[in-house]
Design a protein around this ligand. Structure first.
Ligand code: HPA
Length: 250
């Protein structure tokens, strides 16, 4: 692997495992990314880091400038991207705190700028291009994550279909039942168009999903932000362990 970029939430920042060298403001033809790109090191390896929701965690999922974020990371030198993302678990083995490396996506989002191949300022002026998206995640990075998890004795679920919903509200119980009937196993608000845009830029993109809560209607309880925060804290600890193992391979 050459340069890995990590797109994450604030949880990763506060883990304190990232040694920051500098922060670079990257201009893109698509507007501003969620913040400056952090160049730093993680367990001795150079990485780039960008918090999807901004350094103050104030950009909601439907307003993230996904195009600018991916463009900025590529411009900063990334050729692979690990997306860390909070999700709700639909399948019973995806309980709070679990890590999942999904292998499929169904996109339920709408109204997001979801391609570089259109006539917008900075858009590619080439003929319309349809990327192959049969396998939405880069298998090479997925396999490296799974190998790192095995070597580090870190429990992860290998595979699962990620339902990308619009947010920012959580789903109704009936919506989750529908997603389940559709074959989805986990649900989050940021997986798309991020994965497709990464493919358009030929970045090797994979996701490490952290289960923050059981999806709506799956636990008998309502979902509170306090519970989400608590579960994310323990999940992020595991993400840190996984990254340490991953970095020791590369
Ligand atoms: N649904 C959608 N996105 C999420 C959830 C959820 O239950 N939990 C964390 N992100």
């Amino acid at each position: 692997m050459n340069t890995l970029a990590i797109i994450g939430g604030t949880g990763l920042d506060t883990l304190g495992i990232l040694h920051v060298d500098k922060r670079e403001l990257v201009n893109t033809p698509f507007g501003e990314p969620s913040g400056p790109v952090t160049r730093g090191s993680l367990f001795g390896q150079e990485v780039l880091f960008l918090p999807r929701h901004g350094y103050n965690h104030n950009v909601p999922p439907h307003q993230v400038n996904y195009r600018a974020n991916l463009w900025a990371l590529r411009a900063a030198g990334a050729d692979s991207v690990l997306a860390v993302a909070a999700v709700g678990g639909i399948r019973t083995d995806m309980g709070p705190g679990r890590l999942v490396i999904p292998d499929q996506i169904i996109d339920y989002t709408w109204g997001r700028s979801s391609t570089f191949f259109e006539n917008s300022p900075g858009g590619k002026s080439e003929p319309v291009t349809h990327i192959d998206f049969t396998e939405p995640y880069c298998d090479e990075l997925r396999q490296r994550l799974l190998k790192a998890a095995f070597a580090g004795n870190i429990a992860v679920v290998d595979g699962g279909t990620y339902a990308a919903t619009q947010g920012p509200r959580l789903e109704t119980a009936a919506e989750i039942e529908r997603l389940e009937r559709d074959g989805c196993h986990l649900v989050g608000m940021t997986g798309m168009p991020e994965a497709a845009l990464a493919r358009e830029l030929e970045l090797c993109y994979a996701c490490c999903a952290v289960v923050a809560n059981r999806a709506a209607g799956k636990s008998g309880d309502i979902i509170t932000m306090a519970d989400i925060d608590k579960n994310l804290k323990s999940g992020m600890q595991r993400v840190g362990d996984l990254l340490e193992s991953l970095m020791s391979f590369d």
